[in-house]
Design a protein around this ligand. Sequence first.
Ligand code: SAH
Length: 390
Amino acid sequence: MNDTARVSARGASRWARGHPWIYRSDILELPACRAGAVRVLDERGGLVGTALWSPASTISLRMLTHDDVDLGPAFWHERLEAALAYRRRLGLGEATGPSAYRLVHAEADGLPSLVVDRYGEVLVAQFLSAGLERYREEIVQALDALLRPAGVLARDDVPVREHEGLPRRVELLRGFVPEEVEVREGAVRYLAAPWSGQKTGAFLDQRENRERAGELSFGHALDCFSYHGSFALQLAVRAESVVAVDSSAEALARAEANARLNGFAHVRVREGNVFDFLRDEEAAGARYDMIVLDPPAFAKRRSAVERALRGYKEINLRALRLLAPGGTLCTFSCSYHVGRDLFSRMLQSAAADAGRTVRWIEARGQAADHPEIVQIPETGYLKGAILQAV
Ligand code: SAH
């Protein structure tokens, strides 16, 4: 039987309302056991459910169920099967569809602190809490049974693991995972780097936005914060020329390989700081028909929001000035702490200062395989806008 934690009324009501996290400050009685599964009771001894327990973290409990259950192989199999069924309903997993996408989006799939991304035949997982770490073998076994992957890699080299008292490492858990995997995404193909690339090898959350930007692309296009040419490749399908800017030489080397892979001779890469690049282009009187801004999260903490907004405004203002009449801006923010409202207000202010009339074409979010749960705001972080400078 599982060991027990006792939580305050506030902690219990959070889960009753659909949010799985119970903070240290809402724990009345800590479990005596090491990290793993615990039974959670309220102040009066009533059952709250079963949770993953992280002794070192401020998020002490991650609730999994409202019942007292045994977290045996069947439990993980069932949760993972439900996550796969959701992706199948989205049409993912078909031979002609994208070959890389997210299979498990943690809390949003009832699997708190677990990420699993699929890159064709291989899976890349992240185990992001001490409680979950205990069930690594059960989870990999269930993935094996459900998907028969050629290999499973754990990209556990992420800073959040330190808050959990867990080591940072990259570990092959099953089979074979190559250095580079070729991914099919709409009309293009690209190489992702599961062992060494950012996140699990690529930014899968932007997949639908990249394809949409590709559909709308024309003329002279610019992809800022391009990483391995991600948006640039999609833009190149319809644009006459594409410039991909990033500060990482390693990412741009793969961007060039990716352009060659698609036979795109009209994609050029530029290594540098986007802030400087945009300023220089403006000074040089350059004009673009299509610009993408997909910066890294400028606000990693709430206290950084104000400074982040100044950064977002600067690049958006400059990009709007660089747009030819009728040109399109696809602009994004992946800062959780900059919500949709703040993002819209930032755009309003950038448009006003740019002195352009700016038309909303579409509001955008993260791809549907990264579902956002209404009661768990932390599951959503990516927001975007497709705008036209009239
Ligand atoms: N658009 C990409 C993801 C971009 S991630 C995709 O869809 O896959 C952010 C990228 O910005 C990283 O590749 C990082 O190297 C780059 N970067 C961060 N700060 C930068 C800066 N100031 N100037 C240029 N590139 C920057």
